[in-house]
Design a protein around this ligand. Structure first.
Ligand SMILES: Cc1ncc(COP(=O)(O)O)c(C=O)c1O
Length: 360
């Protein structure tokens, strides 16, 4: 077996220990004689798996008891629709902050349901920074304010939770959930797709404050109403059982690493050393304003883009894969989520230095 360092933005690298645990339990889960994939979601074995995953993520994120934790289908993208469908109530406006490609997708979807007030946008600076919060244009009567805590493509990340007064805050945390400590009580809703820091794709974790549940608009399909999922403990229909189980394994792994504080310290170290390597060279550059740089997704370009293909080939030879930047921005992107070991970042830095030495 030969495993690579996978810098994919998502689906992304999973901790090796998690894959090994899933492998060891694949054919016979804890003496049940069957795989988790084969279990009834109503049986006591599966219920214990589901409950443990929820308890572990509650512990990791210190989720207050007045929040529901939902395991939903449709990835983060379906949350772009479920949020307005469930939160608007009798209101007709929501505020959105546009910091890049993922904010734009959320805004486009919200516009199908309500008036969107664009509270702030960094489009004029090509999404290389977060607009200062004191400049945001917030309507306190809007149903909620939505922002994207980490822009996976642009590599822009909020370093603090924005202070938006009394309006309910909704965050798409798909690409930085569980990577740093946050105060969940500051939010109305947090949602994230699984495939970056939690394992499998197709499943979304949605953390929603109790009082926001139960006001879906008339006509909302049952499957898109948070209340139905909350009342049924995320088993309104057959849930994605294996993905839920697998997320649980990732949560167990995170606890064994020392929890979020420990993983945050490692994420800070990993990202700081990669940015330092980029910044001290004239050969590589990252366009994002220093105070808005992501610890999870680090885009960089080569001064001479004619060398892009040869960089990628050299990286692949060194066992470093999926470094090609998103098709909309080009260049390179290193996604270094929780599961990327520090050794993987060190190997990338060495390869970059060696490539520069031979090609500059
Ligand atoms: C910030 C962000 N939001 C939303 C999504 C969409 O997630 P999904 O593909 O699970 O619907 C992604 C996917 O990469 C993302 O990075």
């Amino acid at each position: 077996m030969s495993r690579v360092y996978n810098f994919s933005a998502g689906p992304a690298a999973v901790p090796l220990e998690v894959l090994q645990k899933a492998q060891s339990e694949m054919l016979d889960w804890h003496g049940s004689g069957m795989s988790v994939m084969e279990m009834s979601h109503r049986g006591k074995d599966y219920i214990s798996i589901a409950e443990k995953a929820e308890a572990d993520v509650r512990e990791l994120m210190n989720i207050p008891s007045n929040y529901k934790v939902l395991f939903l289908q449709g990835g983060a993208t379906l949350q772009f629709s479920m949020v307005p469908m469930n939160l608007l109530g009798s209101k007709s406006k929501a505020c959105y902050v546009n910091t890049g490609a993922w904010s734009k997708k959320a805004i486009k979807e919200a516009k199908l349901h309500c008036d969107v007030q664009l509270s702030a946008s960094s489009e004029d600076t090509d999404f290389t920074s977060i607009p200062a919060v004191d400049s945001w244009d917030i309507d306190p009567d809007a149903a909620y304010l939505h922002y994207t805590s980490n822009e996976t493509i642009g590599g822009v990340e909020f370093q603090q939770i924005p202070d938006v007064g009394g309006i309910d805050l909704v965050a798409d945390m798909s690409s930085n959930i569980l990577s740093r400590e946050i105060d969940v009580s500051r939010f109305g809703i947090i949602y994230a797709g699984g495939q970056k820091n939690m394992g499998p794709s197709g499943i979304a974790l949605t953390i929603v404050r109790d009082d926001l549940i139960g006001q879906a608009r008339t006509g909302t399909p049952s499957m898109l109403d948070y209340k139905n999922h909350a009342d049924a403990d995320s088993m309104f229909n057959t849930p994605p059982t294996y993905s839920w189980y697998f997320m649980g394994l990732v949560f167990e792994w995170l606890k064994a690493q020392g929890g979020i504080a420990a993983i945050e310290a490692r994420n800070r170290r990993k990202s700081e050393k990669l940015y330092a390597a980029i910044d001290q060279s004239d050969f590589y550059s990252n366009p994002v304003e220093v105070s808005s740089r992501s610890r999870m997704n680090i885009p960089f370009v080569l001064a001479n883009n004619a060398l892009d293909e040869s960089f990628l080939a050299e990286a692949k030879r060194a066992g470093l894969v999926t470094l090609k930047g998103h098709r909309s921005v080009g260049g390179m992107r290193a996604s270094i989520y929780n599961a990327m070991p520090e050794d993987g970042v060190d190997a990338l830095i060495s390869m970059m230095a060696e490539f520069e030495r031979t090609k500059a």
